[in-house]
Design a protein around this ligand. Structure first.
Ligand code: 6GU
Length: 225
C-alpha cells in the first residue's frame, strides 16, 4: 500500500513513521509513505499557498490551485482509491474505517491548516472527509499520522503473531482484557492465578469475560451498536 500525504508543514510528519511497526512495514515494502510539501506546487510568488477568505473573517484558506496542481502531478504516477481530507467536520474515524482503508492500494491524504481549504477542492476532488475526534487540532497532520498508523499496522504481513491485530481493542467491538508479565508477585500484587494455570481454554474464557466486563463498565455504547 502507498499513502501520500500533502501538507504545508512536512516537518510535522518526519518522526511518526520512522519507528517500530510502521518502520518495519516500510522496510518490508508492505507500506510506502510519502510526505509532499504543498509549497512545491504553488503557482504564486514566495511559495504562497493560502489567502484571505472571500467575505472576510478570521484565518487563512488554502487555495485550490496548488492543491489541484499537486494532485494532478501525483495522479500521473498513481491512481488513488481515495482522496481523504482530514478535517474536524469529517466522519469520526474508527477501527471499522481503518479495516476498510487497509484493503486499499493507494491513498492520498490532504492536511488542512489555518481555516481549512477552498470548498471547491472538497466538492470536486475529495472522496472522503475524516476527523479523529471532537476536538480541534492546528492542522490535519497529526490526524494523518494517526490514520497512517492505524491503517498501516493492519496491512497483511505487517503484524506477526506477537503483535497480532486480532486481539486489539475494538476489533470485535470489545475492549482488550488486562495483561500481565514478570514478576508473578510484585510487592504483594499478584497476577490472576488463571493466567499461570496453563489451561488455554480457561485463560481464553477469562480474557473474554474480562473484555466484556471492561467494555460494559467503560464503553457500554460499543455493546449496543
Ligand atoms: Cl482531521 N483536523 C483538525 N484540524 N482537527 C481535528 C481533526 C482533523 N480531527 C479532530 N480534530
Amino acid at each position: 500500500m502507498k499513502i501520500d500525504i500533502i501538507t504545508v508543514v512536512p516537518d510535522l510528519l518526519n518522526g511518526p513513521f520512522s519507528h517500530s511497526i510502521l518502520k518495519r512495514a516500510q522496510e518490508k515494502e508492505l507500506l510506502q509513505v510519502n510526505v509532499i510539501n504543498l509549497r512545491d506546487y504553488t503557482t504564486y510568488a514566495r511559495a504562497q499557498v493560502d489567502d484571505y477568505p472571500f467575505g472576510g473573517g478570521a484565518g487563512m484558506v488554502i487555495m485550490i490551485e496548488p492543491l489541484v496542481n499537486a494532485l494532478e502531478q501525483l495522479q500521473q504516477q498513481t491512481t488513488y482509491d481515495d482522496v481523504i481530507f482530514l478535517t474536524p467536520d469529517g466522519n469520526t474515524f474508527n477501527q471499522k474505517m481503518a479495516n476498510q482503508l487497509s484493503l486499499k492500494k493507494n491513498l492520498l491524504f490532504i492536511c488542512g491548516h489555518y481555516k481549512g481549504i477552498d470548498q471547491r477542492f472538497r466538492d470536486h476532488f475529495v472522496t472522503q472527509e475524516i476527523s479523529i475526534g471532537d476536538y480541534v487540532l492546528s492542522g490535519g497532520e497529526l490526524a494523518a499520522a494517526v490514520l497512517t498508523d492505524a491503517i498501516g499496522r493492519l496491512i497483511p504481513g505487517v503484524l506477526n503473531d506477537e503483535t497480532s491485530a486480532l486481539t486489539d481493542s475494538f476489533q470485535d467491538n470489545l475492549l482488550a482484557p488486562p495483561v500481565y508479565t514478570r514478576p508473578e508477585n510484585f510487592k504483594g500484587w499478584s497476577v490472576p492465578p488463571v493466567l499461570l494455570s496453563g489451561n488455554h481454554q480457561r485463560i481464553e474464557d477469562w480474557r473474554h469475560e474480562q473484555a466484556v466486563s471492561r467494555t460494559k463498565e467503560r464503553r457500554p455504547d460499543l455493546l449496543t451498536d
